[in-house]
Design a binder for this molecule. Structure first.
Ligand SMILES: O=C(O)CCC(=O)C(=O)O
Length: 244
């Protein structure tokens, strides 16, 4: 479903939006099956929870997921995801394969994701989409976002030093985002966010993806790290001579 003007206003000022619809259950099942195989096969590239042990229950994150299996690209291109993105990015939408493009496994006991904002809060709009393969709750360390932090008019380091997830002003300013299995969360990647320890006995899987409008002026338009998922590559910049 396309975003209404009110949805777009909500996203613009708060920096996040939860889709009211879910991805189809059979696609989520396939994604979980594929993910089971990636985990049991210890398929690299992997980010580990600890440096000590290398078993499937130590996998914190699977990187480069789009390259692993077509099901991940199918989820990234799912119509409800692109319809929502179109309301914010316009018709020409690219998936970035060198930003995010990972699956958080968050095994039982998984350590917090420290507070950070993915991008500096200036011009370019990079939208993070998280697709939940398992339910995300307060108990298993759901993501927390600081609403409106993408519009901060002051400088602040994107990755503040922190001794504890809870002892941060960002924690007190944040709101938790519990999400259902199959749910989709969009947020402005300049928003501060982090997620708590997984206190549950099971994993909490979600895919993290980054999208941009093809039209943003970042010059390299035929970049192999970008996959056009909807629309056209129409950007022309300021060519010389200018075609009147
Ligand atoms: O969902 C989480 O645990 C954190 C997500 C996140 O910040 C990321 O994937 O970059």
């Amino acid at each position: 479903m396309e975003l209404s003007e009110e949805d777009i206003w909500y996203f613009r000022y708060n920096g996040f939006y939860r889709l009211p619809e879910l991805l189809a259950g059979d696609l989520i099942d396939r994604l979980n099956d594929v993910t089971d195989m990636q985990i049991s096969g210890l398929v690299e590239p992997i980010i580990w929870e600890s440096t000590k042990s290398r078993t499937p229950t130590d996998i914190r994150r699977l990187s480069k997921i789009v390259e692993r299996n077509a099901a991940y690209l199918e989820a990234a291109s799912y119509p409800i995801v692109l319809d929502a993105l179109q309301g914010i990015l316009g018709p020409n939408i690219e998936l970035l394969t060198n930003k995010h493009n990972h699956l958080m496994v968050r095994p039982a006991g998984s350590f917090p994701v420290p507070w950070h904002s993915g991008e500096e809060p200036y011009d370019h709009l990079l939208i993070t989409v998280i697709i939940y393969l398992e339910e995300s709750t307060l108990d298993n360390g759901c993501i927390r976002l600081v609403p409106g932090s993408h519009m901060r008019p002051f400088n602040r380091t994107r990755r503040p030093k922190q001794d504890s997830f809870h002892e941060s002003d960002l924690y007190y300013r944040s709101v938790p985002m519990p999400m259902p299995k199959g749910g989709v969360l969009l947020f402005n990647d300049s928003c501060f966010h982090g997620s708590d320890k997984n206190r549950n006995h099971q994993s909490r899987r979600s895919m993290t993806l980054g999208y941009q409008a093809h039209n943003v002026h970042n010059v390299i338009k035929e970049d192999p790290e970008k996959i056009l998922l909807r629309g056209e590559k129409t950007y022309i910049g300021h060519p010389h001579p200018f075609p009147y």
